[in-house]
Each structure stands twice: as C-alpha cells, then as structure tokens.
Design a binder for this molecule. Sequence first.
Ligand code: FE2
Ligand code: FE2
Length: 502
Amino acid sequence: MAVKQFGKEWTKRNTLKSILLFLVHCLIYLLIAAGLLLGDKLGTIVEFLSAQGRNYLYALFCVILLFVILYFYFFFENRNMLQSGKNIALLFTILDLNLLLSCLVGYKFAVYARPVALVALLSFMLIGRKDAIFMNVISALLIFVIDTFAVLEVSNQECYSSLIIAFSAGMIAIYCASKARTRMSVILIGLFIVLPIDSVILLLEIPTLIGENAAVGELAGLERIVTQMGYGLFGGVMSTVLFIAILPLFEYSFNCLTAFRLRELTSSDAKILKKLKEEAPGTYNHSMVVAQLAEAGAAAIGESVDMARAAAMYHDVGKLHYPEHFTENQGDYNLHDELTPELSADIIRSHAKDGYTLIRNHHLPEFLADIALEHHGTLPIRYFYAKALKLTDGELNIEDYSYMGPKPQTKLAAIIMICDASEAAVRAVGARTPEAAEKAIRAVIEERMDLEQFSECDVTMADLTKIRQALVNALTGVYHHRIQYPSIKYRRTENGTKGENE
Ligand SMILES: [Fe+2]
Ligand SMILES: [Fe+2]
C-alpha cells in the first residue's frame, strides 16, 4: 500500500515510537485495571492471587492480544492516528475512561447500568466512524475479558449479555450520531441506545424465567427483568449525558475538531465573528456568501463541509484592523484616494497575516489561521499595481504589490481562494446567468493556475472542474433574479382591509 495514503511520510522511527507509546499506554491500562480489581484485596493479595492467579494471567494475555490487534488495525487502516503521541493518548484515554466507568458502575452498582455507548460516541466524534466501529468492538471485548476472567462477582450470563449489549448499543450510537447536528440532539440518541440495551436484556433474561431459576417465582423473575431493564435505561441515558459533559474536555485537551465545535465557531455569537459583524459588516456579509460557496465546493470534492464553512467565515478576519480600507466596508468615500499605491497595497495585503495572528491569539484551530494566511497566495493586488504603473515611468517590482503567501497548502485553502475570488468576480460583473457565472469563475480559476497558485497543494484538475460546477450552481442560486412584485397600497375600510395598485 502506498505510503502517500497516510499523509506524511512514514518511517521506521515512527513505527518504533508508536509501538513504544502503545506499550506505555497498555501498561497504564493494566495498572488501572489492577488497581480497580485488586485495590480492596491488598491485605490478602498473596492468597487471592495464588487461588485466582491463573485467571488473572489469562485475562492479562487476552488484554495484551487485543491491544496488539488494535495497533495492527490503526497501522494498516489509519496510520495517521499512530503518527502523533497525542492521538495515541486520545485512543487510550477513551479506553481508560471506559475501563474506569465500567468497573466502578458495573461492580459497585449494576452491570447493566454501565454507559456502554460512551466509547462509540467519543470515538465517532473525535476520530471517525470507521475507527469508532473498531474501537467499540475492542472496548466491548476488553471489558468482557475482565468481567469473565478477572471478576468472580459477575455471573457468566451477565458477562455474555454485557458483551452483546456493549456491541449493539455502540453500533446503534455510531449510526444515530451521524445524524446529530447539535449537542442537544445527541441526548435523543440516548433514547435510541436504550432500545438495543433493553431488548437484549429482555431476550436474554426471559429464558431464566422458564429455566431452573423459575423456582424463585415468575413474579420475582419479572420484577428482576424490569429492574435490569431500568438499569439498561440508566446506562443508555448516562452514555449520552456523560458524552455531552466530557466531549468539550477532549476537544480542548487534544485540540480535536468536532462538527459541534466547528458549528460553535461559526455561530454569529463566536467572539471574532461578532466583532466582524459589528465593525466590518461588509466583510461579514462577504464571508457569509463565501461560506455558502465553500460548502458547495467542499461537498463536490469530498472535503469536510463544516471545516470549509468555518474557514470561509474566518478567512478575512484580518480586515478587522483597518475595516474601512476594504471596498466592501466603504461608503462613498475611498480612503485609498489619499494614500500612495504602495501604502495601500501594504494595508490590503496585511489582512492575511493579521488574520493569522488574530486567530492564533484566540487559540482557534490551526487550519483556520493557515487558510486566512494562504487564501490570497502570492497573487498581485491588481488594482494598486495598475495604479502604481500609471504613476511611474520606471520599473516596478510586482512583489511589492503582491500578497506574501504562502500559496494554498491544502485542498480546503484552494477552495477558499477560488470561492473568495469567484464571489467578488461574479458580483463585480453582475453575472446572473449560469453561462456568465461559469465564464467568470473559469477566468478566476485559470488566472490562479497561470500564476501557479495551486502548485503546493494536491488539488487536481478533476477537483477544479467539480468545484467550478458546484460554484456556478451555488452562485446562480445566491444571485438569482428576484421577481418584481407589483406595488400595492393597503387601507383599512369598514368591510376589512382592501388593496389597490399604487
Ligand atoms: Fe482576503
Ligand atoms: Fe475575502
């Protein structure tokens, strides 16, 4: 398999480092497990281990084997996760947390009350759907091994039921979470998770009513099933409540980008955007339109729509330093009439760098700052370059009238560059028909290709064609013709309201 698939180049050093980190985290997991299982047996540990040592050794080997399988999964399926210590720590923090909660709730309260879908939900939001499915399987098996071989208090039936419940609740949680658009809607997922939990409890407990346990009486048996189902309900709801409570901690500790965090960053209440709306309303409106286009462009080539939207909303926040120097925020008076073209170009191009600094100072995600810096690449600021050419007879250095770069480094940055210029171009030429919009956008893309603005990112010709088509569709929607409604004057009469043409 090509190494390129995994982004940065993978070296032997990466392999060694990731194995070492996995071993360290595996050891921490085992120490937590030992603390939870043997903590209250310290006084009689020697007798206990001589009686149960074989079981514990078996559980230890099973846990190590599961971690080896987990390592191989990420090595072959998503090596990016092994590339940084932070990502490995994230994987194990999720598993450690699940171990802690499963043991405390399961052994001190009730096995069925465990927050069984927590690993699935956290992994889905922080890592991705495919990996979340595997993490769910591994965490369910880890707890099953610990329950079966290391804990005598849990009956065999409860062990098997817990495994099936954890697996099915996790799977349902992952598929339901794909539909969740807000943090509150995740709470509703809790209700869906309860379904598989309680169904499994019901199905697995019914045979005990007709088996040897029937001797305790059917009524008592039914009561027990209802109680167990109550625990199941608690476990399902707890999974989502804990998920909502813990997710922000993970987002900030591991600087993870979730759909929720991106949506919060792009809400009009977000600090910088609120300021942009108040102090540079023209730029804010422009950013909103660019965001609409960027969403369409990103969807067309399979990039993250949420990230594209956020990047578009923040791409011009650097204009907050001198908002009145940018056309979209100006009234009739143009401040640049008093300035030399060189100074004007300096002010204009500084908005890319200022945006980068502002975003970094507010500790917002790095990709937002990078895209703010890259969205004009090394393009010349045409208006002031032309103005300077008119005023001078000598040679002009075009770099003095160009953005400082760098050029777009990612497909997302390329999308924002194209959408930003396309919005302005279509607005400037008043292109309202699909043909006119396509011509304007084609010119924008071709000019950027001629000036080699896409030479440092992996956007392909096929991507550019798809982006162009998506933007034409979106722009002709944004600037569609409004129907001229006839003007009617309304007046109240004794017989009700009447209207007449003005
Ligand atoms: Fe800009
Ligand atoms: Fe812009």
